[in-house]
Design a protein around this ligand. Structure first.
Ligand code: PHE
Length: 336
């Protein structure tokens, strides 16, 4: 009997060492520790030994059972503490880099334009992108059916009177309706035109509008302010010229050109071989516009101007496709 106990003890020790799963552990328990297990059967055999040998053998069996139970408990604890993750953590992996965003090139350009005009005493105003015919056209002296409306490629909304503003000039009307003169503001914002989309033109773009109305404002004030802007923004060495043009809401009107900064005026693809780039439309506010907003056209005069921000940003960053501004591809935006 003694040798059987020793043999079972060794057997339990070898078998528990091979256990690696909960199922094997359970099989071990049934085989050794259950009521019909190997140890229990030794206890059964105890009945048939001599009474004088019983106490010593009983102690030996109790010890075996406690030892085997100990083996079982220890294994159970170690199986439970095995971590759940299948792949071990790799502490040698480099950390994740965090990325810092940057300002969109259009915002950077706009900010710079704004800061120049603010330093010259202009305030900033804005207005709705969904406009009505009155503010986008009529009050700006585009009579109904006037051919100048055709130049604006308007997106009309299903409500007959609603449209996406084609320029920032309606903000002039909204500001003058609310505030008596004098006004000196710029109005940056997004405008929409139903044009064929290409690398040079998109259905949405940014403009900055300007308006100065007071007693005695003249064309030379316009010239002084805009030339000062051009010199600060583009550099003082550039040549510029004013060329007469037509806008319904200004009279007289002019387009401002600067020497092409790619070719220096020699002629290249960008300036279409003529050496000049058009950067701005401007003029003296037409007295008819003052009548629409209730300003006294006998007492007040003013000038207005408008420029496209996208074109300026394209030129200054050397970007060849305007659509990149609106696709928000991080590979593009990362570069600014
Ligand atoms: N609104 C004109 C345009 O979109 C630009 C402009 C603004 C011209 C103000 C003169 C004065 O083309």
């Amino acid at each position: 009997m003694d040798s059987k106990v020793t043999q079972l003890r060794h057997q339990a020790e070898t078998e528990i060492a091979a256990v690696t799963t909960q199922q094997q552990l359970e099989e071990f328990r049934i085989k050794f520790l259950s009521r019909k297990g190997l140890i229990a059967s030794l206890f059964d055999a105890l009945r048939s030994v001599k009474p004088s040998e019983k106490p010593a053998l009983g102690r030996l069996l109790n010890e075996l059972r406690a030892h085997t139970q100990g083996l079982y408990d220890h294994k159970a604890a170690s199986l439970e503490s095995v971590p759940k993750r299948r792949t071990p953590m790799d502490l040698t992996l480099p950390g994740r880099r965090s990325y810092l965003g940057s300002k969109h090139p259009l915002s950077q350009t706009l900010d710079e334009i704004k800061s120049i005009f603010v330093s010259m005493g202009f305030g900033i105003a804005d207005g709705p992108e969904i406009e009505d015919d009155y503010h986008n056209f009529e009050a700006l002296n585009f009579p109904p059916n006037h051919p100048a409306r055709d130049t604006q490629d308007t997106f009309f909304l299903s409500d007959k009177n609603a449209l996406l503003r084609t320029h920032t000039s309606p903000v002039q009307i909204r500001v003058m309706e609310k505030h008596p003169p004098p006004v000196r503001i710029i109005m940056p914002g997004r405008v929409y035109r139903n044009e064929a989309i290409s690398s040079r033109s998109y259905c949405v773009f940014y403009q900055v509008e300007g308006l100065f109305v007071d007693r005695g404002v003249t064309f030379s004030d316009l010239k002084g302010t805009l030339v000062s802007f051009i010199k600060q923004f583009y550099g003082s060495g550039l040549k510029y010229k004013f060329r007469p043009t037509f806008f319904p809401f200004t009279e007289p009107s002019a387009d401002i050109y600067i020497t092409c900064f790619v070719c220096g005026g020699k002629g290249c693809k960008l300036c279409k071989q003529n050496g000049w780039l058009e950067i701005l439309g401007c003029g003296m506010v037409d007295p008819n516009v003052f009548r629409y907003v209730g300003y006294d056209a006998e007492k007040y005069t003013g000038y207005a101007f408008g420029m496209g921000v996208d074109r300026i940003a394209l030129l200054r960053y050397g970007i060849d496709d305007i659509r990149l501004f609106y696709e928000n591809d991080v590979r593009f935006l990362n570069q600014f």
